[in-house]
Design a protein around this ligand. Structure first.
Ligand code: FAD
Length: 308
């Protein structure tokens, strides 16, 4: 089945307004760069999501789930398949005692705010990570000595083909450094239950303010990026290795190694995905020559190169 057939079939199930053919992914990702997706679907609820996954998986066409696009780069030649964005239909956040259940599309900053309002401690580290609960769990996102694995109790999951909903405990989520079971299975996180600790609201709020100030000071937040581009190699810091290799500020097309934080690749304006990927390759080879460490990207890079 090709994309137009999939689109036609989906038109009977999903409102046209929630589907975009040849979707410009630069508009949906924090890097503000890259190509199109053949079809982008933004389901309004579980039912639409399940229907979409059913049609797409029967078609044999590739698909990808996304959240806020803050760790995603679609190459300039585009993504041949369907991208499903977990947005407004999946943003419920409910608090019960020390537990917060949040939909996959809820922003981590929103959940952090809810936790603070309920005087629940433990979510502060994630308040400045510009992703969703789904993307956060997929990446086991972390910052300032915290990571998702420390607070997730369980997750509700939809199988990749949209046919089965089940619950996974924290152990079953296989969370380790920037890794989760979703990277192996392609299943979809629907919501996550976080177990937090009762705390002092003022202290929680102060901690969020302190971490926000640290980010504003240390990170190039005025430029589009996907945060730290590389994973932290064992016993090293990617930013330090890049700086030691003399690459701070290096530009390639519209992409640049941030002057402020060498672990960030930024879009200085008009960067293509190729500019970013080529800069990544220069960094990897130079750092390897300089230190013997091979950096691995943390950013998910998908799609095809532009055909010449
Ligand atoms: C300025 C800036 C600062 C950042 N700081 C940090 C930081 O401190 N720590 C950190 O860890 N990261 C950081 N990041 C990276 C990014 O915000 C995190 O990785 C975040 O968790 C990604 O969430 P997202 O919703 O944007 O996911 P996306 O980028 O949309 O997707 C990322 C991956 O998750 C998968 N995915 C998304 N939703 C689901 C779902 N519901 N079910 C299954 N799979 C799903 C996608 O398929 C994709 O492979 C930063 C990024 C920026 C731009």
């Amino acid at each position: 089945m090709n994309i137009s057939k999939i689109y036609e079939e989906l038109l009977l199930l999903i409102d046209k307004n929630r589907m975009v053919l040849d979707a410009p992914m630069k508009e949906y990702t924090s890097f503000k760069a890259g190509g199109t997706a053949d079809l982008l679907i933004i389901p309004k609820d579980r039912d639409e999501l399940m229907k979409a996954l059913d049609v797409v998986s029967r078609s044999g066409v590739e698909h990808l789930i996304m959240g806020n696009g803050s760790n995603l780069l679609v190459k300039d030649g585009g993504y041949r398949g369907v991208i499903i964005r977990m947005g407004e239909g999946f943003q419920d956040v409910t608090t019960e005692g020390s537990r917060i259940t949040a939909g996959a599309g809820a922003l981590l900053s929103t959940v952090a705010r809810e936790a603070c309002n309920a005087s629940l401690a433990g979510f502060e580290f994630a308040s400045g990570i510009p992703g969703t609960v789904g993307g956060g769990a997929y990446m086991n996102a972390g910052a300032y000595d915290g990571e998702m694995s420390m607070i997730i109790e369980s997750a509700e999951v939809l199988s990749k083909d949209g046919s089965r909903i089940f619950r996974l405990s924290k152990d079953e989520l296989e969370l380790s450094y920037r890794h989760s079971i979703f990277q192996r299975t392609g299943d979809v996180l629907l919501n996550a239950c976080f177990l937090l600790k009762e705390g002092d609201q003022e202290k929680i709020s102060d901690r969020i303010k302190e971490l926000t100030a640290r980010r504003t000071e240390k990170q190039p937040l005025s430029y589009p990026s996907a945060g730290s581009f590389f994973k932290r190699p064992p016993n090293h810091f990617a930013g330090k290795l890049i700086q030691d290799a003399g690459l701070r500020g290096l530009s390639l097309g519209g992409a640049q190694v941030s002057e402020l934080h060498s672990g960030f690749l930024i879009n200085r304006g008009g960067a293509t995905a190729s500019d970013i990927v080529n800069l990544m390759e220069v960094i990897r080879s130079t750092v390897f020559e300089n230190s013997g460490v091979l950096l691995e990207p943390e950013v998910r890079i998908v799609g095809e190169d532009l055909k010449r």
